[in-house]
Write a protein that binds this ligand. Structure first.
Ligand code: B12
Ligand code: SF4
Length: 429
């Protein structure tokens, strides 16, 4: 059996305009590793705006990964621009397919769509290739007489130590090893995932898996030892959406990696850290913590369902600095209800914490398909384009798009975004 796995390289959106490489595609790397562990041959194909007519002849299963809705169109074009053998099984998975399996089945003319975590599902799909009968596989969608049908969801194991390490050997080293992605250093580094899932429900976020699955310290240490030996890394970045959820796991990982003498960074909410835990991170080599701050306006924090206060933000930043960590913060501007007043509140918070904040990333709000705000578009008064085509509904792009409110709201939003952006440029660049 031969499987082709297809993933979209970074999409030119927002700050990714320069086409710079960000993280490796962990979804397809884990899928490929699990296929190999099951003695199934696999090759990874990268696609982007320009390169989307691949030759898939000779592959029994072609699996398309839709990591975000933003790349839906690119992946769709690759699906229809490719050359196939006559009996190929077309499978689609990823965050977008998980949220919208039925539309994905139809739009991709797919034989089967995987919903959620895909390793075991894909191996079972490959085994069902010869019969084309996917009905006994959990966590999939398929068409019966042109109508989409989904099977019962797959239960998630408590831990994920059973997963093989991502099949990095299938990609070029330049896709994996980077030099300017760890805090403000130029250290040779790699990315690593230590957990899956996030139980929080921030309204703008489209994280699919709510249940958290962790790795043990020992398992993480083994992967890092491999990365040190194979690629000679000096550091790593934890890519988990929200690394600090299970404090016991975090402490265990810190203890396990401490003696490797690697420098690293991770993401966290502001309300899950305490002094003792931050010290533990620092002692284990963590040099930078990235906080999802989002806004300095209590009203906007509440509207976004963040469930944190500006006092918690100040406290977390102070604590991180006091143990010797560098701090990066993420901001979101333009969630429904944002105006000049809330933007000024954000600027005022930033003025207070500026001396302690090393780096800032500013994102403009977009209603991500699958997020709470997208699913409750009416309640938030969102203008989601809808002419009946999934492509139009899901192709999220933001620059200058008028997502909510009237012309006056939009003018105020654009003006206040400019003020905030200018403030960041003056203080952090
Ligand atoms: C790493 C990451 C990135 C990297 C992408 C790296 C790459 N080369 O693909 C970077 C930083 C570049 C990035 C950019 C963007 N990202 Co991003 N990103 C993530 C993040 C944090 C982790 C993805 C990941 O590796 N997950 C771990 C793997 C193991 O899970 P997985 O990818 O879902 O794959 C599993 C299953 O889905 C399934 N599966 C996947 N593919 C397939 C295929 C088949 C055939 C089968 C059977 C199964 C299957 O099996 C896999 C293994 O279990 C996710 C959050 C998240 N937790 O998923 C956001 C996330 C996917 N990103 C998001 C967004 C919005 C973006 C951007 C649009 C941001 C922007 N403003 O520009 C861009 C778009 C880039 C793109 N290529 O699409 C959103 C997507 C929401 C949505 N509905 O669109 C997410 C969910 C963040 C969030 N919480 O809201 N991103
Ligand atoms: S923004 Fe972070 S904390 Fe909130 S739901 Fe998404 S991953 Fe979880």
């Amino acid at each position: 059996m031969r499987v082709a796995l297809v993933y979209p390289e970074v999409y030119e959106l927002a700050r990714f305009k320069e086409k710079r490489k960000e993280f490796p595609p962990f979804g397809v790397l884990y899928l490929a590793a699990f296929l190999e562990e099951n003695n199934i041959e696999v090759k990874i194909f990268k696609i982007n705006e320009g390169e989307n007519s691949c030759d898939f002849q000779g592959y029994d299963v072609v699996g398309f990964s839709t990591p975000s809705s933003a790349t839906y169109g690119i992946v769709q074009r690759a699906r229809f621009g490719g050359m196939y053998s006559s009996n190929t099984t077309i499978a689609v998975g990823g965050v977008h397919a998980s949220f919208y399996p039925e539309e994905t089945l139809v739009d991709f003319r797919a034989d089967v769509v995987a919903i959620g975590s895909g390793e075991k599902t894909l191996v079972e799909i490959v085994r069902a290739h010869s019969t084309g009968d996917f009905s006994s596989i959990r966590g999939v969608g398929y068409l019966v007489d042109q109508s989409p049908k989904t099977t019962a969801s797959r239960s998630l194991e408590k831990g994920i130590d059973w997963l093989p390490f991502p099949a990095r050997h299938l990609l070029d080293e330049s896709d994996l090893i980077m030099h300017d992605r760890l805090a403000n250093t130029d250290m040779k580094m790699a990315h690593i995932m230590m957990s899956r899932g996030c139980p929080f429900s921030c309204h703008f976020c489209a994280v699919y898996q709510k249940r958290v699955q962790c790795r043990s310290g020992e398992n993480v240490r083994m992967e890092l030892e491999h990365l040190k030996r194979r690629y000679g890394i000096d550091g790593f970045a934890v890519v988990d959406d929200n690394f600090i959820i299970n404090k016991k796991m975090v402490r265990e990982i810190c203890r396990a990696v401490e003696s490797l003498n690697l420098k690293w960074s991770a993401l966290s909410r502001v309300d899950t850290v305490d002094y003792e835990l931050l010290e533990c991170l620092h002692d284990a080599g963590c040099i930078e913590l990235k906080f999802g701050v989002e806004s300095g306006s209590e009203r906007m924090l509440q509207a976004m369902g963040k469930n944190v206060t500006t006092n918690q933000i100040r406290r977390a930043v102070n604590l991180a600095i006091s143990v010797g960590l560098m701090v990066k913060i993420f901001l979101v501007h333009g969630f429904p209800g944002e105006n000049l007043e809330s933007t000024n509140e954000t600027i005022s918070l930033l003025k207070d914490i500026a001396p302690m904040v090393d780096r800032v990333s500013l994102f403009r709000f977009v209603p991500l398909p699958g997020s709470y705000v997208f699913r409750n578009a009416k309640a938030f008064n969102l203008n989601i384009p809808d002419n009946g085509s999934s492509w139009e509904r899901y192709h999220i792009h933001h620059n200058n798009y008028h997502w909510w409110g009237d012309d006056e709201d939009f003018a105020q939003l654009e003006g206040s975004y400019g003020v905030l952006e200018q403030f960041l440029v003056e203080n952090w660049q």
